[in-house]
Design a protein around this ligand. Structure first.
Ligand code: ATP
Length: 347
């Protein structure tokens, strides 16, 4: 069993509190992505799990063993960090074989495991080269191959695909997911790329300001954000927020009335761009279309509801022109109601 328990971890740099009592569990074999904007504390948290940074308080438990005081090499994990350090004096083959040699693996097994890992990362053709002769993206793949070669029970990764072009990134993402699932590796993966987090993770921990705002499956954090921040951070375009006033259990939005989940308060309605559809002419919520962008698979409409910026996606063949007022229908069960004062979702 290699589950990870992070228990009320606090990290301060001088007077700056980078992590504010962060708790998080990753089950054995689970893939958890730490997702959030720059500076929210993702890397710091990963470095604490790895033992590269010491927390001010709190514990890290891996596979039932408190590793809080142990050095990195005694924590029983493999890691790939942003700077993807590879050894310059070793060939790619020896770099990938490094961990296996440390484990005194037989030569035949080293060959087999390096070969498999290299094939997965598409680096077989330069196993004889030295890192100085590789591009940044190729070196990054060597670092990932080296971590995977030892078949670790726990793998920590910090933006391991960040230096790759879009197509290779997508391909490696898919393969990484398959191989980690098959191996049953418990993975914690730092990224600021929501598509990567959504595609890879069993659960996503959305971080903001040194805290975990919400943790859940990709669908949960996307469809039922717990806070305004999470709704606005996930999704492209991000969730729309439309201010409404609730009174006597109802809110008016662009000439229609919706039942309010709470009485008499300033609320915001969170509406996903794909959760509105065009209504028959003369009905629905009035939406003033300002810009129409054909995206191939859909049209992105930017405009306003009650003067508030709103983005909607509709089928690519929809007949809509800039400058028109159209009607929108929404399914009330798909709306997120946010308390305007606290920024928290009301359920
Ligand atoms: P990024 O995606 O940009 O790497 P991140 O979410 O990984 O961001 P961290 O690198 O964990 O963020 O940093 C969290 C906060 O702690 C930032 O405000 C950063 O400036 C600060 N910080 C990190 N390391 C140190 C350090 N060694 N000394 C002082 N402040 C630090």
């Amino acid at each position: 069993m290699a589950d990870i328990v992070i228990d009320r971890v606090v990290k301060e740099f001088g007077s700056f509190r980078a992590l504010k009592e962060v708790s998080l569990n990753a089950r054995d074999g689970e893939f958890v992505a730490l997702l959030g904007p720059s500076g929210c504390g993702k890397t710091t948290l990963l470095r604490i799990i790895a033992g590269l940074e010491t927390q001010n308080s709190g514990r890290v438990v891996i596979g039932g063993r408190d590793v809080s005081e142990l050095p990195p090499r005694k924590r029983g994990l493999a890691m790939v960090f942003q700077n993807y350090a590879v050894f310059p004096h070793m060939t790619v083959f020896e770099n990938v074989a490094f961990g296996l040699r440390m484990q005194k693996t037989s030569e035949a097994e080293v060959k087999r495991k390096v070969g498999r890992s290299a094939a997965l990362l598409h680096i077989e053709s330069y196993l004889d080269r030295y890192p100085a002769k590789l591009s940044g993206g190729q070196r990054q793949r060597v670092a990932v191959a080296r971590a995977l070669a030892v078949e670790p029970a726990v793998l920590l990764m910090d933006e391991p695909l960040s230096n790759l072009d879009a197509l290779l990134r997508l391909e490696l993402r898919t393969e990484l997911k398959a191989v980690l699932r098959e191996a049953g590796t418990t993975t914690i993966y730092v990224t600021h790329d929501q598509t990567e987090a959504m595609g890879l993770a069993d659960r996503i921990a959305v971080m903001y300001g040194g805290k975990i705002e919400q943790i859940g499956t990709p669908l949960e954090v996307y469809a039922t954000p717990g806070t305004r921040f999470v709704g606005g951070f996930l999704g492209s375009p991000p969730m729309n927020f439309i201010r409404v006033a609730c009174s006597e259990g109802a809110a008016r939005i662009g000439n229609i009335t919706l039942p309010c989940p709470v009485a008499s308060s300033e609320m915001e309605i969170g509406l996903r761009a794909e959760d509105a559809s065009l209504a028959p002419i003369g009905s629905g919520i009035g939406f003033d279309v300002r810009v129409v962008e054909p995206m191939g698979s859909h049209l992105l409409l930017t405009g306003s509801i009650d003067g508030q910026l709103t983005r909607i996606v509709v089928p690519p063949t929809a007949k809509v022109a800039a400058g028109e007022r159209v009607g929108l229908t929404v399914d009330p069960s798909r709306l997120t109601w946010i308390d305007g004062a606290t920024g928290r979702a009301v359920v």
